[in-house]
Ligand binder design. Sequence first.
Ligand code: GDP
Ligand code: IMO
Ligand code: MG
Length: 427
Amino acid sequence: MSVVVLIGAQWGDEGKGKITDFLARQADIVVRYQGGNNAGHTVVVGEEEYRLHLIPSGILYPEKMCLIGNGVVIDPAVLVAELEYLQKKGIATDNLRISPRAHLIMPYHKKLDEVQEEKKGQNKIGTTRRGIGPAYMDKAARTGIRVVDLLDRDEFARKLENNLEDVNFLLKRVYEVDGFDFEEVFNEYMRYAEILRPYVADTSVILHEALEAEKKILFEGAQGTLLDLDHGTYPYVTSSHPTAGAACIGAGIGPTEIDKAVGVIKAYTTRVGEGPFPTELKDEIGQHLREMGREYGTTTGRPRRCGWFDGVAARYAARINGLDSFALTKLDVLTGVETIKICVGYRFQGEVLREFPASLKVLTQCEPIYEELPGWAEDISGARDFSDLPQAAQNYVRRIEEITGTRVSLIGVGTRRSQTIVREEIF
Ligand code: GDP
Ligand code: IMO
Ligand code: MG
């Protein structure tokens, strides 16, 4: 296998950073293809913890090429800060390449994200307020500014001037907040342009050359399937496509090039932000999972909502992404939970639903149907082989495979690279 897409199979924060870092060892190129710095991917190497938002998690290996594809929205202020953060930690960044076709997050996108969320009040989406939605809106409206424009002073000035005319009107008249000054934004972005210029290259061409040379390519998804603009719990979603299919559009390769799709999934479920979450636990078990799993956002620090493993949602994610297998993370967090529940269906007005519903009204009213499995008390953080796991933990994994119809190829039992059980090689 040479081209693998790794995606989040729940509502994000499944541990994509850790699994990407684990698999990057065998890859030549690691690629981000959608989302922006709404993502927060944590990677632990030795005693050091790295938090990445835009740069692929493969960057921690000096010899791997890392690409930010055209489908990503880039906040240059964040990218420049992330480059500095890595360089300070002694991580080389010269193998990073950025697509000239990627769109930029502008200061007004962040402002709009903020004021639009505030205006929604009770109905807010709970965005990360990083300007993601407004940046993708401009992209779709054909008023976006791209990396290629950033490198062209005149073009950038022209587009910025045009956009500010509209956006300042909107900010001042509709939202009654201050607008943005052309000179200030222009000068700030021209500074970023000079720092980022050496990194810009046609990432699709790099990928095609790598494909010809039969190099191993790993796509690192951000967010998760249930946050997908089309397949997620709309409107409580992000504005990009975190699903596997988006790797083609977001990086500029054809669907026939992809060999495998792997879904990262937690042994329980979390969600950050608003929106329906059928298996959410608002009791002390939810609190226990949050503390044991250190479930606080990497990007915003918000406490994550926690709940049981949702087999209906997982089966849906397997279908939408054409998953070959799951990488099941954080199994160690369930240690000590006496009885573990798995949701195997939803009850809606006396009817049993086996498929994830499209209607949020329906989803909000769904009662999970649970199956109970005995837990285990043994510390599993040192397990390196499936057979090292206690019988109850093995049964839990097998039951997830049966319910979802999808194999579990990797199992995470801790934050470190070494704390990963391989049942089946990915590359
Ligand atoms: P991502 O956004 O999908 O990359 O996930 P985050 O990095 O936002 O959140 C996952 C968190 O779980 C990080 O703090 C990881 O270090 C941690 N993590 C990943 N896999 C495991 C695991 O198997 N066990 C434990 N205990 N923690 C893990
Ligand atoms: P990683 O890659 C979890 C959520 C936000 C909000 C919704 C829309 O670390 O898994 P946005 O700012 O994208 O417009 O917010 O999506 N969200 C995430 N939740 N993990 C993420 O990324 C997320 N990125 C966005 O909380 O509910
Ligand atoms: Mg995260």
